[in-house]
Design a protein around this ligand. Structure first.
Ligand code: ZN
Length: 587
């Protein structure tokens, strides 16, 4: 991807959070002549990225509304003098006439449009100014452009290519898998208790994010966690700006803070050591779920995604869609997306596989070994024959009817439509009477979730067969349907053992129980905190947990050896090398 940009080509980059997306424009910006212009929708994201780049000795700056006018003037001066390799701006700023004028006088290395899915009017992060960015292709036809996103299904990809005028761009798609995140989904019983039990057993003293649907629930949950001894802070749009900012800063800078938030929190949060993301209410689609859970474990160390869902969530989200003022076709898309996340919750098979399938990616194995369904036995029933009945009924009725109609046919319901379409005489009419309507609904959700059926949303939402359906009809696969979700146990004890046996957990543990396990780790950690506080930046920007692991393992003795340590480049070696060596030598 970097070679392609260096050669002057345009690109669309799809990469999961934590996959190294920003390197795709940072490195070419440094290598090509001129300054790389990065369009970013969020002030917090710009600030974090620029601070992290500066820590590594890269000449980077941002311009946004948080700066005073003399500060902006200084950055303009730097950029005119060729003193910057990267400049981050918001789309609103970029599109101002005087800014475009300035750009036309500069040597520009590339344009990067981060969070490019914001261009999608159907998406949940739509930003109207993104639509104006197509102007870049007209004003600067010879400068390479890169659009980047962590979430984009096929229609969104096409929208990005079209609206940003990137039709000749190369597409670079990295796998959507986040192997270090373990997925847990459980039926909602008493969600706060379920959460507490989970984090007490897996995440003592660690950082995490808890999402709730309403402000009231955010407040309640945060208070309750504080009562239970957790360092928890609320965050939602109803709080005053100062307090919200303070809570976000504490989450970034202190260790072991749990933030309880509505979905307003998190976009652009670059904290690498978030160890868990919990949803106490069902997110409205898998895009949000994937994006929000993706904030866990950006450093690659084992992390958890935890979700409780109940029938009332489904009803509430459905009524949000019904009551919204959106056009009917937009509502259709939203309903489809809601159905997809419900089936993700209900499946009995590997969740990772289902999630990746949804994003058009494939997990190479049928089981991942790192989600609740793979780790503990889900109560299932052998459903091959039922699946065959379902699929052949879809086929016999012409692959154009929705689930309610198909179930009517299976149950042998005699109504006007069935008579009119002549489906009373089908071989599949009434062959499914052994199951209730509820069981059939769950069967269809699970078949769709597993990719054996798909819904035609461009038509009228009819079900149709897929490539994989043939395997079922020929009886070449085993089909296990999940039993009534209420019967699922919380988590198997196996699951816990496995996460503890992973190589890094020993060191993570020593973080939680300060001083009891590894004094060297603790000494490094307090030095890191001290350095961070002096500069007013988050500790992980000095160096990451992964770097601390590497320091403890390798115990470098001199500055040269430090070069072998993960995450320590020339700049950090120079800046912090002596301090690190002193701690390692026990002085
Ligand atoms: Zn799995």
């Amino acid at each position: 991807m970097i070679d392609h940009t260096l050669a002057g080509g345009d690109s669309l980059v799809l990469m999961p959070t934590g996959g190294g997306k920003s390197l795709c424009y940072q490195i070419p910006s440094m290598l090509r002549d001129g300054v790389g212009i990065v369009v970013s929708p969020l002030i917090a994201l710009m600030r974090d990225q620029v601070t992290a780049l500066q820590q590594n000795g890269v000449r980077a700056a941002y311009i946004n509304s948080s700066l005073e006018s003399h500060e902006v003037g200084e950055i303009f001066r730097q950029v005119r003098m060729g003193e910057l390799d990267l400049l981050y701006v918001a789309p609103e700023r970029l599109l101002m006439d005087h800014f475009l004028e300035l750009l036309s006088t500069l040597e520009i290395a590339l344009f990067a449009v981060d969070e490019a899915h914001c261009v999608s009017q159907w998406g949940h992060d739509f930003r109207p100014h993104y639509l104006g960015l197509s102007i870049l292709s007209q004003r600067f036809p010879n400068i390479p452009r890169i659009a980047l996103t962590a979430t984009a299904d096929e229609p969104t990809r096409n929208e990005i290519l079209e609206r940003l005028n990137l039709k000749s761009a190369n597409m670079f798609v990295a796998g959507f898998d986040r192997p270090n995140i373990r997925y847990h989904v459980l039926p909602k019983d008493s969600p706060k208790q379920q959460l507490l039990k989970f984090i007490n057993s897996e995440h003592e003293g660690e950082s995490g994010i808890v999402y709730c649907l309403s402000r009231r629930r955010v407040e309640e949950t945060a208070d309750w966690l504080v009562e239970k001894g957790w360092n928890a802070l609320p965050y939602h749009a109803g709080m005053d700006k100062g307090t919200r900012q303070e809570h976000q800063d504490r989450f970034l800078r202190e260790e072991g803070v749990v933030i309880v938030a509505t979905i307003a929190f998190g976009m652009g949060i670059d904290k690498p050591d978030v160890r868990f993301v919990a949803h106490l209410d069902l997110p409205k689609n898998l895009e949000s779920y994937y994006q929000e859970t993706g904030r866990a474990g950006r450093d690659g160390l084992p992390s958890n995604a935890f979700l409780t869902f109940g029938m009332d969530d489904i009803a509430m989200l459905n009524s949000f869609i019904d009551k919204s003022s959106a056009e009917e076709r937009v509502k259709q898309v939203e309903r489809r997306k809601l159905a997809a996340i419900i089936s993700f919750c209900e499946i009995a098979s590997c969740r990772r596989q289902a999630l990746m399938h949804y994003f058009g990616d494939q997990h190479p194995e049928p089981t991942c070994g790192n989600c609740d369904n793979c780790l503990s036995k889900v109560e299932t029933w052998d459903g091959l024959e039922t699946a065959q009945k379902a699929l052949s009924c879809v086929y016999r009725t012409g692959q154009r009817f929705g689930v309610i109609y198909i179930i009517d046919v299976l149950l042998g319901v005699v109504n006007e439509r069935i008579i009119n379409f002549g489906h009373k005489n089908l071989s599949t009419f009434g062959i499914g009477k052994e199951h209730s309507r509820g069981v059939w609904r769950s069967v269809f959700r699970q078949l769709t979730g597993a990719g054996y059926l798909e819904v035609d949303y461009e038509g009228h939402g009819g079900l149709r067969l897929t490539e994989r359906s043939r395997d079922v009809l020929r009886g070449e696969v085993e089909i296990a349907f999940r039993k009534d979700a209420k019967q699922i146990s919380v988590f198997g004890s196996k699951a816990k053992n496995k996460i503890k046996s992973r190589t890094t957990s020993r060191k993570r543990k020593s973080q939680a129980v300060s001083g009891s396990n590894n004094p060297l780790w603790d000494a490094l950690r307090s030095m890191r905190l001290e350095l961070a506080n002096k500069q007013g930046i988050p500790a992980y920007m000095i160096f990451s947990d992964k770097t601390m692991d590497s320091l403890v393992d390798l115990k470098p003795r001199n500055l040269d050896d430090l070069g072998d340590v993960y995450g320590i480049g020339a700049n950090k070696q120079k800046k912090y090398g002596k301090a690190i060596l002193k701690v390692l030598a026990g002085k």
